[in-house]
Design a protein around this ligand. Structure first.
Ligand code: OFO
Length: 167
């Protein structure tokens, strides 16, 4: 595997791990505020990101690359409101998509169609996760400052996530 691709895949291992810890911090924040539905949603997202990370670790090893298990930055753990929690979710997913696009670009540049093919799974996944984050943020923007709206949002998010295939 070309070194530039190996380096980008190792960076991606870190970004997926970072997202996993970020969503764990968000789940814990929601849990501490009594939003149990939102907490479960982010506990589940955190697990998913961990799987995304592990899938990359296994793939780099299969391809004979050198995996570097990274040190992580501290996640944000204080949020002003539910909308700011979901803004963080969306910005985190957009960041990950941008990094995946860089890998795709490099694969085409170096003609590594094997890694390119492997990364298509992540492209599809990101499309779904960004759409979920945008939909949930739109709903919160409709709710505005209505506390009873937050209650219903928290109650309904798990059903919504299950329907979207993200639970
Ligand atoms: Fe949604 O971050 Fe993984 O791929």
């Amino acid at each position: 595997m070309h070194t530039s691709i190996e380096n980008l895949l190792n960076d991606q291992i870190k970004y997926e791990a970072q997202a996993s810890m970020q969503y764990l911090a968000m789940a814990s924040w929601a849990d501490s505020k009594g939003f149990s539905g939102v907490a479960n949603f982010f506990y589940s997202q955190s697990e998913e990101e961990r799987l995304h990370m592990t899938k990359l670790v296994k793939f780099v090893n299969e391809r004979g690359g050198n995996v570097i298990i990274p040190a992580l930055d501290l996640p944000s753990d204080t949020f002003a409101s539910l909308p700011s929690l979901f803004e963080k979710f969306l910005s985190s997913e957009i960041f990950v998509t941008e990094q995946i696009n860089k890998i795709i670009f490099e694969c085409l540049d170096k003609k590594d169609y094997n890694v390119h093919n492997f990364m298509q799974w992540y492209v599809t996944e990101q499309l779904e996760e960004e759409a979920t984050a945008r939909t949930l943020l739109d709903k919160l923007n409709i709710i505005g400052d209505d506390k009873s709206g937050y209650y219903l949002f928290d109650r309904d998010i798990e059903t919504f996530a299950a329907a979207e295939g993200n639970a």
